[in-house]
Design a protein around this ligand. Structure first.
Ligand code: GLP
Length: 235
C-alpha cells in the first residue's frame, strides 16, 4: 500500500484529484468507481471545478440504500447528481437501483460491473472499517448483495436524516470481491474517528472482521489520509 499523509482534508482532496487527473490524462482510465459519504466531497468539488472531461467515461458507484428512490435527497443517486454529475456528466453513470427487488438489483449490478471493469476505484471507509456498505463479517468473496446495516453505521449516517427512524436499515452494495477487481484503488480517510479503522486496515491482520484490511492483498492501493486519520500508524 502506498500511504500519502496530508495536513488536512483539503490537501488530501488535492492529492486524490492529482491521481484522478493522471488516470484521465496519462493512464487512459475509462471506468471510475465512485463513492459517497462526506469524505470524497472535496475531491468531487475539485473535479467539478476542473476542466477534466468525463463525457466519454463511465462511472459505477459502490452502493445505494434499499427503498430510497433516486430523487430522494438522501439517496446516493441524489448525492452523486448534486456533487458531481449535474456539473460533470459522464457518458453513463450507474448506481444500484434501491427500488428494485433484491434479485433484480443484484443481477443487474453484477452485470454492469462485469461489462464495465473499474479502472480506478475511490473508497471512503466507515468507523468500523466498512468499505462500500460491506460491514464487518462480509465474506471477501462477496459480489453485489443486500446488507443489513449495523447499528454503528445507522448511527453514523443519521446526521444526514431528520431522525434515526428515517435512516434506511438496508443497502445494496458492490461486494468485496467486486471492489478488489478494480485495477487501482484510492481510499480516502480524514479525521480522528477514522484513526482506529485505518490502523486496523494497515497494521492489523487481514480479516473479514475488518473489511478494508483486504486491501493489503491488492497490488495497487493508495491511501490518502489526513494527519488525524493517520495518527495511530506510528504505534
Ligand atoms: C457510508 C458509505 C461509504 C462511506 C462511509 C463513510 O457508509 N456507504 O462508502 O465510506 O459512509 O462516510 P463518510 O465519508 O461520510 O465518513
Amino acid at each position: 500500500m502506498e500511504i500519502i499523509i496530508t495536513k488536512n482534508p483539503q490537501e488530501g482532496s488535492l492529492a486524490a484529484f492529482d491521481l484522478i487527473k493522471k488516470a484521465v490524462e496519462e493512464e487512459n482510465a475509462q471506468v471510475f468507481g465512485l463513492a459517497t459519504g462526506s469524505t470524497p466531497e472535496g475531491l468531487y468539488q475539485l473535479i467539478r471545478e476542473s476542466d477534466l472531461d468525463f463525457s466519454d467515461k463511465i462511472s459505477v458507484n459502490l452502493d445505494e440504500y434499499v427503498g430510497l428512490p433516486a430523487d430522494h435527497p438522501q439517496s446516493y443517486h441524489y448525492f452523486m447528481e448534486e456533487h458531481l454529475f449535474s456539473k460533470k456528466p459522464f457518458k453513463k453513470s450507474y448506481l444500484p437501483d434501491g427500488m428494485a427487488d433484491e434479485e433484480t438489483a443484484i443481477k443487474e449490478y453484477d452485470e454492469i460491473i462485469k461489462e464495465h471493469p473499474v479502472d480506478v476505484q475511490i473508497l471512503g471507509i466507515g468507523g468500523n472499517a466498512h468499505i462500500g456498505f460491506n460491514e464487518p463479517g462480509t465474506p471477501f468473496n462477496s459480489t453485489t448483495h443486500k446488507v443489513n446495516l449495523t447499528q454503528e453505521t445507522i448511527n453514523d449516517n443519521k446526521r444526514f436524516f431528520d431522525s434515526i427512524e428515517d435512516v434506511p436499515t438496508q443497502a445494496y452494495t458492490m461486494g468485496i470481491a467486486s471492489i478488489m477487481q478494480a485495477k487501482k484503488i484510492i481510499l480516502m480517510a480524514f479525521g480522528e474517528n477514522k484513526a482506529d479503522a485505518i490502523y486496523q486496515t494497515v497494521k492489523g491482520p487481514v480479516t473479514e472482521e475488518v473489511p478494508a484490511s483486504v486491501l493489503q492483498k491488492h497490488d495497487n492501493v493508495t491511501l490518502i489520509l489526513d494527519e488525524e486519520a493517520a495518527k495511530r500508524l506510528n504505534e
